[in-house]
Design a protein around this ligand. Structure first.
Ligand SMILES: Cc1cc2nc3c(=O)[nH]c(=O)nc-3n(C[C@H](O)[C@H](O)[C@H](O)COP(=O)(O)OP(=O)(O)OC[C@H]3O[C@@H](n4cnc5c(N)ncnc54)[C@H](O)[C@@H]3O)c2cc1C
Length: 468
């Protein structure tokens, strides 16, 4: 057999997980190669710098969640934030600013929401969340159901036919559904956790999250092979793993492989393994939830909303996660980013661009009845569910899954020769900083997997030396 490359480690995927693993292997001088199918690095961290030039817009991740010194992305952000180059929005790094002052909170038709209505609906929500917590803490895995089905009767009892309250309560639900990128009817009730969002600090990366990953790759001088789609991994030989790519050249041979492709790709079996993956791994892949979050980015000739505001939160009159949340980028960019998640996000992916834009502009006209919504001058619509190198946005707890599912997703296969990383494999480290589904989760999982590979390779070479 002719061989193209012979290295110790192949990392499949150059998203946050693959990049983090590459940094660790590079530091320890372990010979490795990163194979990335796209023509760019970053995966689901992707900053579009062309469509709205000079304004960068993130099509994937845009917030550093749990922003703080313990987050591995924090120091990378700190290094970049002062460079003039990235400060196009003149954001003044508004870390201390009160978010509520920058929020437009309105009803589906643009009317303000009365304090009384808000208070009533918050009280009902608190009761519903307490009900869910009770369920979660008193039920074992075998009794897991969807949040929707567990909450149904209590929701009907408390909300009844009060239509205005219903809209506001649904609004709080949409907050969670958009964050999880899935609807309540897919999410595990046993995994319910009421999160006090006021204590969580998230940082919007105004210069584009992709800038951070690009900079990391440059800083560490990582060499990454782009446009290289891995198709087949053969582990039948006990010494060598043989990897075939879509490029019609020689296979790549290695001793360890680290798979960091998205859970959506694993579900679709876009890489074939020979022999096939063990059943426990395939079951974990099938069971774990993988949600969809999309963005509809629209640029207007004028800013028809209050230019001092950064977010619009509005109650729903249609599927509750549709455009529930809108990010406003300040003039002169005049850009609005509308979010849609879950089943509705998949449904909207089947529409044409012009149909989607029409839906979005009608929605905007409805919430700004006093203003004239001008024509869209530039736009970008993400379709992460259709993206064949992702098939979705990020993972969550589907009904019947738990930390053990993540542990199985992270567990090595093929006698510890295949390693697994990615946002869906970040094992709960019992800190208040633990996350899954985020960029830092992917990053941490890559670091963990690289360390484990290094230890293995080191102990193999020690054993060999002992025999010499
Ligand atoms: C719309 C959206 C908004 C989000 N918002 C946030 C946010 O604000 N904050 C946050 O922290 N997280 C957010 N996330 C989630 C975050 O982007 C991901 O959790 C994280 O980037 C995943 O990194 P990863 O390395 O696990 O996977 P990826 O970034 O997907 O990297 C995997 C790589 O594998 C490549 N690949 C796939 N198949 C093959 C193959 N066969 N051969 C070779 N290469 C292959 C892919 O092209 C990709 O580059 C968001 C995601 C989306 C989609």
């Amino acid at each position: 057999m002719s061989v193209g490359v012979d290295v110790d480690v192949v990392i499949v995927g150059a998203g946050a997980a693959g990049i983090a693993a590459a940094i660790e292997l590079h530091k320890k001088s372990v010979p490795f190669v990163v194979l990335e199918a796209r023509n760019r690095i970053g995966g689901r961290v992707c900053t579009d710098r062309e469509t709205f030039s000079p304004y960068p817009v993130d099509l994937g991740a845009s917030w550093i969640h749990l922003y703080g010194p313990k987050n591995p992305m924090y120091s990378f952000y700190q290094q970049l934030k002062h460079t003039k180059l990235v400060d196009l929005y003149n954001d003044n790094d508004d870390e201390d600013e009160d978010e509520s002052k920058r929020l437009i909170n309105i009803d589906y038709d643009g009317r303000p929401i009365s304090d009384d209505l808000e208070h009533q609906s918050k009280t009902i929500c608190a009761q519903l969340f307490a009900y869910m917590e009770k369920f979660a803490s008193s039920n074992g895995q075998q009794q897991d159901q969807s949040i929707e089905s567990v909450m149904k009767l209590e929701y009907e009892r408390l909300v009844g036919s009060q239509r205005e309250i219903k809209r506001l309560v649904d609004n709080y639900f949409a907050d969670i559904e958009v964050y999880e990128a899935s609807d309540f009817n897919n999410l595990s009730a046993v995994q319910w956790e009421t999160v006090d969002t006021s204590s969580i600090s998230d940082k919007w990366v105004s210069f584009g999250y992709g800038t951070i990953l690009d900079d990391i790759v440059k800083q560490h001088k990582l060499s990454i092979r782009l446009n290289t789609l891995v198709k087949h991994i053969d582990i039948r030989n006990s010494d060598r793993i043989v990897i075939n790519t879509a490029l019609d050249d020689y296979p790549i041979v290695c001793r360890r492989v680290l798979i960091t492709i998205p859970l959506g790709c694993l579900k679709k079996e876009t890489i074939t393994f020979e022999p096939p993956l063990p059943e426990w791994k395939r079951n974990a892949i099938a069971q774990m939830g993988f949600g969809v979050l999309n963005k509809i980015v629209l640029q207007f000739s004028d800013c028809f909303w209050d230019p001092t505001k950064r977010y619009i939160l509005r109650t729903c009159n249609e599927p509750r996660s549709r455009f529930h949340y809108v990010v406003c980028l300040p003039p002169p960019s005049n850009i609005l980013i509308l979010f849609v998640s879950g089943n509705d996000a998949c449904a909207l992916e089947t529409l044409t661009d012009s149909e989607t834009i029409q839906l979005a502009t009608c929605f905007l006209q409805r919430i700004f009845p006093e203003s004239f919504v001008p024509n869209v001058i530039k736009y970008k619509i993400t379709r992460w569910f259709k993206d064949s190198l992702s098939f979705g946005s990020y993972s969550n707890y589907a009904v019947g899954t738990n930390e053990n599912t993540i542990e199985l997703l992270a567990r090595t296969t093929a006698n510890d020769r295949i390693h697994w990383a990615g946002e869906h494999t970040n094992i709960d480290d019992k800190t208040d900083q633990w996350t899954m589904g985020c960029v830092q989760s992917a990053f941490q999982s890559g670091q963990r997997a690289a360390l484990s590979i290094q230890n293995q390779l080191r102990s193999c070479s020690n054993t060999q030396n002992n025999f010499e």
